[in-house]
Design a protein around this ligand. Structure first.
Ligand code: DC
Length: 210
C-alpha cells in the first residue's frame, strides 16, 4: 500500500503525512529531505551547486535512514535543494532510492512534488494538498513566531511564490497534480479537518482494494 502526497511548499503535506503514517502504522518518507540532504552535503564539502555530475554523485550517497528534519529544515538548505532539484540525473538517483523505500511493508506514505506523477505513478491513493500562497506564507510565518523567532510576512510570501515558480516551472518532473489525485485545498481547513478528509479518502481506497 503506497500513499502519495504531493503539493507546493508549506501546504501542510509534512504534518498531514506524518499523521497518516502514524494512523495506519506505515513508514513515512519526506522526499524533500533527500534533495535537502544532497544540497547540504554539497554545501558542507564546499562543492558547487551547479555541477550536475558532482551533485548526482552526492545524491547517490544519501542515506535515507540518516535524514534529520531539524538540521535540514534551514532556509538556505531549502534554497540550495530547489537548485539541484532541477537536475535530471540528481532526480533519477533520488527517485530510485525513493522507489526502493516505497515498497516497505506493511505500507508507506511518501510526500513531495512528483510522487503521484513520477516516483509512484501506480500508488492506489494520491492526494494533492494545496492552499493559497497567502495562507501558506501566513502558516510559515506563525510557525516561526510560535517557535520564538522573528519573521517578515512579506519576505516569506515572496519566497513561497518564488519556490512555487521554480517547482512548477522546471522541465523535469514539474509540480502538478496527477490526473487521478484527490485535490485537498486546506486554505480554510484546520489540520484536524484536513486529516479527517484524507483519512476518508484512504479508507475508501483501502476497502476497494481489500
Ligand atoms: O518540500 P521541501 O521544501 O523540503 O523541498 C525542498 C526542495 O526539493 C523543493 O524546492 C522541491 C524539491 N523537491 C522535489 O523537487 N521533488 C520532491 N519529490 C520533493 C522536493
Amino acid at each position: 500500500m503506497i500513499i502519495a502526497i504531493d503539493g507546493p511548499a508549506a501546504a501542510g503535506k509534512g504534518t498531514l503525512s506524518r499523521r497518516i503514517a502514524e494512523e495506519y502504522g506505515f513508514h513515512h518518507l519526506d522526499t524533500g529531505l533527500t534533495y535537502r540532504a544532497t544540497a547540504k552535503a554539497l554545501l558542507d564539502a564546499g562543492l558547487p551547486l551547479d555541477d550536475e555530475a558532482v551533485a548526482e554523485a552526492m545524491a547517490r550517497k544519501v542515506d535515507l535512514a540518516g535524514l534529520d528534519r531539524t538540521v535540514l529544515s534551514r532556509h538556505e538548505i531549502g534554497e540550495a535543494a530547489s537548485k539541484i532539484a532541477v537536475m535530471p540525473s540528481v532526480r533519477r538517483a533520488l527517485v530510485e532510492a525513493q522507489r526502493g523505500f516505497s515498497h516497505r511493508k506493511p505500507g508507506t506514505v511518501l510526500d513531495g512534488r512528483d510522487i503521484g506523477t513520477v516516483v509512484c505513478p501506480d500508488a492506489p491513493v494520491k492526494i494533492y494538498v494545496t492552499a493559497s500562497a497567502e495562507v501558506r506564507a501566513k502558516r510559515r510565518h506563525d510557525e516561526i513566531v510560535a517557535a520564538g523567532g522573528s519573521a517578515d510576512y512579506t519576505a516569506i510570501f515572496e519566497d513561497v511564490k518564488r519556490r512555487d515558480e521554480r517547482d512548477m516551472g522546471r522541465a523535469d518532473s514539474p509540480l502538478r497534480p496527477a490526473e487521478d489525485a484527490h485535490l485537498l485545498d486546506t486554505s480554510e481547513m484546520s489540520i484536524e479537518a484536513a486529516f479527517q478528509t484524507a483519512k476518508s479518502i484512504i479508507d475508501a481506497s483501502l476497502s476497494r482494494n481489500a
